[in-house]
Structure formats: structure tokens, C-alpha cells
Design a protein around this ligand. Structure first.
Ligand code: DAT
Ligand code: MG
Length: 151
């Protein structure tokens, strides 16, 4: 299998709404593997680094205030196609446009409180994993179900 890794974060709204287990469950049941996880309150400066690509956007400041407003569950998930398929599980950026069955479609209503972040491509995945985690925080292990997930 062509294994890849993506950065997924449950934002402060998802944590406060007690959706941590619900969100993790969707990635876990799919067959993806959790290789790093922690709960942290990012500083405003750290949030600005995470969202640096959006610094020209009018919502940038509010977005960074929001991300740093409380605990975030930061994770790395591994699996074949996990970057692209993780975005599918998450759904469209604006929950009004997310399909039912997706995380945002099922669990969120407005774009400013869309409960979850996922890397949008291989380069951002690498950058975001490096920003949020030290190499030794990523755990290499074999899940015994892998042979049943991948054949
Ligand atoms: P995504 O989180 O789906 O990758 P993005 O990278 O374009 O979306 O934007 C990052 C976050 O910024 C997004 O999850 C919510 C917020 N955001 C995006 N567009 C917005 C808008 N038009 N108004 C307010 N917040 C917005
Ligand atoms: Mg994005």
C-alpha cells in the first residue's frame, strides 16, 4: 500500500461540543491508523503559522483568534489515500455546502465554526505535521487489522 500521512485537528468548537470521539471514530472505522495525537491550546502566533496561507483573507484574524481560543485535538492519521479521502470525510469548507454523511455536513452549520481541519495536499500535510509534532511524537506500529483493511 502507498502509505501517506495527513494532519487532522479538531478545532475548539468540536472539542467544546464533545465531538472528539465522534470525529476520531469516523477515521478509525474507515480503516485509517492514528499515529500521533495530543490536546493543546495553540497560541495566536502558532495559529497564524498554521494558517499562514490565508493571511491576506479578511477572516484571517478572527480565524486565528478562534483556533487559539481553547483546546485543539491535533492528530496525524496514516493510510492509503488518507490526505484526499480525509478531506472527503470532512466535507466542504462551508458546512452549508457539505454533503450529509460528512463530518461538517452532519455536525456543523457555519463556516466559521466548522469543527475540524484537514491538510489539503501532500505538501501542506508534511508542513502541518512538522509544525504541530516533533518526529518522536509520531508512532510507527503495525495494527493487526491492517491485513484485513488492505488485503
Ligand atoms: P478548509 O478548512 O476546508 O481547508 P480553508 O483552508 O479555505 O478551508 O480555510 C480555513 C478555515 O478558514 C476554514 O476551515 C474556515 C475558515 N474560513 C474559510 N473561508 C471562510 C470565510 N469565507 N469566512 C469565514 N471563515 C472562513
Ligand atoms: Mg485549508
Amino acid at each position: 500500500a502507498e502509505m501517506e500521512r495527513t494532519f487532522i485537528a479538531i478545532k475548539p468548537d468540536g472539542v467544546q461540543r464533545s465531538l472528539i470521539a465522534e470525529i476520531i471514530s469516523r477515521f478509525e472505522r474507515k480503516g485509517f491508523k492514528l499515529v500521533a495525537i495530543k490536546i493543546v491550546v495553540p497560541s495566536k502566533n502558532f495559529a497564524e503559522k498554521h494558517y499562514h496561507d490565508l493571511k491576506e483573507r479578511p477572516f484571517f484574524n478572527g480565524l486565528c483568534d478562534f483556533l487559539s481560543s481553547g483546546p485543539v485535538v491535533a492528530m496525524v492519521w496514516e493510510g492509503e489515500g488518507v490526505i484526499k479521502y480525509g478531506r472527503k470525510l470532512i466535507g466542504a469548507t462551508d458546512p452549508q455546502k457539505s454533503e450529509p454523511g460528512t463530518i461538517r455536513g452532519d455536525l456543523a452549520v457555519v463556516v466559521g465554526r466548522n469543527i475540524i481541519h484537514g491538510s489539503d495536499g501532500p505538501e501542506t500535510a508534511k508542513d502541518e505535521i512538522n509544525l504541530w509534532f516533533k518526529p518522536e511524537e509520531l508512532v510507527n506500529y503495525t495494527n493487526n487489522a491492517e491485513k484485513w483493511v488492505y488485503g
